[in-house]
Design a protein around this ligand. Sequence first.
Ligand code: SF4
Length: 118
Amino acid sequence: MPTDREKLKALRTRIPGNRTALLGDVDHILATFQEPTWPEKAKHWTKAIARWIAAGCRVRDPEEQERCRMVCHKCPSKAYEPQQQMCVVCGCGVAQHIFRVMDKVAMATEVCPEGHWK
Ligand code: SF4
């Protein structure tokens, strides 16, 4: 019995290539299905903070942060969830935040899980 996610993937292959808006909607739904659970997010976040503190709480310079955020906004892996401004691969927030520990892009020890920026 196929899962909902498998059904959506199969449906995506049947949509003609020129229906970009519809494909975008399907990609958004697929991205939502990929989102880590809250315990997984907490685990990723705890590890990220530990790495960041161990490395001296280094922060990327503003230009570098902006470059990374622009890549996320047009994520080649379709992993950017704009409503929550989150990467659905790792579950981390990629929006600018007053608290660095809530901003994956600001923390210099963090990288894109799909290798789109370092
Ligand atoms: S961190 Fe990487 S995979 Fe995640 S949204 Fe940004 S570019 Fe995409």
